[in-house]
Write a protein that binds this ligand. Structure first.
Ligand code: BG6
Length: 489
């Protein structure tokens, strides 16, 4: 299953994402022999580099990940560089010249992928210019790949979408949410729809609540400028967290096609119980890290990070309770939490089942634990099922046990893996694991009142120490409903 002949125009070629994820992922595909030899990449960025300098850049980025190196010399010969100013007409003409030349040289049949891994302020301009200067007028396929953030709220997302839709149809647009490329995120669907022991229980009759925890130990690093404007709600909840919720909650699609799956996910997002501004405090909690200790080292508070306002009102942590207003889920809270500078880098889903009608074993001194299904997304990949069994010996006491399936060993994080899958999908034209416009729109629609409420009221920050699992209010959110966050480490 080789990928078709393709020319990739990569905007943002010297950026962090290209370096950390895209080159290593492309190389992985190449190394495995999946990438057709008829591929070329034009790296596009403002600075001036020769093709040779750029190839070395690509080489360096691949080498950082310590991959098998034999094919690297051959690989980088597929890369070309074009210095570019996204608002300058001449720039586009030069680029077009190179694109046409390479199209011919590699017999790419006019197949073009435009990958926007650049500052989002240019997404609209570049998409429109690609049309204006004839790039999209090609005899092969054309696909636009667009990184997040897709807008800043619903109205800016609508505006951006209109601009890119003037040059590309919805089917040609691949909005990246790299969580959809993660192995265990893709596994949610299979766990649900390929197992007779889960599918019948997957509803409000048997599930009491679902908890999704995403923790990072990193702080905001060098991204203060971006993060100050966005915060955890826009950075993680609007996209990654809501995508996971929609995969957990969707109805079985009638077929595993892009359109069928997307339409089921959209229905979940449509069914999210809207949170009005005045009720935000009942459903959502925000936090910002203060100083603390991570891995034995003292780390600074968010407000002390570079390019961050010393009085910043930006949240680095969000916890929320989502309700889904449909027959399957009415009454079942989906709790989410995500934050920077947490105790652990982790992403886990805990599905808590309802208690059985009565505990026959309490006279023997046993309290029964609820059954849990834990889906480990990262760093470990696997599932754990928590059950109660008999304690061995001359007793009828119960004891909890865990059935464990481990997909493979650690190091799943920060490897280019998710991107490798997504790039492969893009090259083959499979848009299933990308965000449809309707998903983007409904997600913003849900999130907007929350960010508006928070913008209007100054928070009492910092309210959690680095190296913890967020502010106390996040625990209280569950306590009010008689639940608690299951320990995830
Ligand atoms: C990105 C966010 O989308 O996801 C980052 O912008 C975050 O702030 C990252 O660190 C987390 O991704 P992962 O794959 O490490 O969980």
């Amino acid at each position: 299953t080789n990928t078709p002949a393709t020319l990739v125009l990569l905007f943002g070629a010297t950026g962090d994402l290209a370096k950390r994820k895209l080159y290593p992922s492309l190389y992985n595909l190449y190394e495995k022999g999946i990438l057709s030899e008829q591929f070329a990449v034009i790296g596009i960025a403002r600075r001036r580099l020769t093709h040779e300098q750029y190839r070395n850049w690509v080489k360096d980025s691949v080498e950082t990940f310590g991959m098998p190196q034999e094919k690297i010399g051959k690989f980088i010969r597929h890369f070309y560089f074009q210095s570019h100013d996204v608002t300058d007409e001449n720039s586009y003409r030069e680029l077009k010249g190179l694109a046409d030349e390479l199209d011919e040289k590699y017999a790419a049949n006019g197949n073009r992928i435009f990958y926007l891994a650049m500052s989002p302020e240019f997404f609209g301009t570049v998409a429109e210019s690609l049309k204006e200067y004839g790039f999209t007028d090609t005899k092969g396929f054309k696909r636009l790949v667009i990184e997040k953030p897709f807008g800043w709220d619903l109205s800016s997302a609508v505006e951006l979408n209109e601009r890119i839709r003037s040059a590309f149809s919805e089917k040609e647009i691949y909005r990246i949410d790299h969580y959809l490329g993660k192995e265990m995120v893709q596994n949610i669907e299979v766990i649900r729809f390929a197992n007779a022991i889960f599918e019948p229980l997957w509803n409000n009759r048997y599930i009491s609540n679902i908890q999704i925890t995403s923790g990072e130990t990193l702080g905001v690093e060098e991204r203060g400028r971006y993060y100050e404007k966005n915060g955890a709600l826009r950075d993680m909840v609007q996209n990654h967290m809501l995508q996971i919720v929609s995969l957990l909650a969707m109805e079985p699609p009638i077929r595993l096609t892009t359109d069928e799956i997307r339409s089921e996910k959209v229905k979940v997002l449509r069914a999210l119980h809207p949170i009005e501004k005045k009720d935000v405090h009942k459903y959502f909690v925000r936090g910002q890290y203060g100083r603390g200790i991570i891995g034995g080292k003292e780390v600074p508070a968010y407000r002390e990070e570079p390019m961050v306002d010393p009085n910043s009102n930006t949240e680095t942590f969000v916890a929320g309770k989502l309700m889904i207003d449909n027959f399957r889920w009415a009454g079942v809270p989906f709790y989410i939490r995500t934050g920077k500078r947490m105790q652990a880098k982790t992403l886990k889903i805990v599905v808590q089942f309802k208690d059985i009608p009565m505990n026959l074993y309490y006279r023997n001194g046993s309290s029964l634990n609820p059954n849990l299904l834990v889906i480990h997304i990262q760093p470990e990949e696997g599932i754990t099922l928590h059950l109660n069994v008999k304690k061995s010996g001359r007793t009828m006491e119960t004891t909890p046990v865990k059935l464990n399936f481990s997909n493979k060993n650690v190091d799943g994080i920060n490897t280019p893996e998710a991107y490798e899958k997504l790039l492969y999908d893009i090259l083959r034209g499979d848009a299933t694991n990308f965000t449809h416009w309707d998903e983007v729109a409904y997600s913003w629609n849900f999130v907007d009142p929350i960010s508006e409420a928070w913008a209007e009221e100054k928070a009492d920050f910092p309210n959690y120490a680095a190296g913890t699992f967020g502010p106390k209010a996040a625990d209280e959110l569950l306590q009010r409903d008689g639940f608690f966050w299951w320990p995830i480490t």
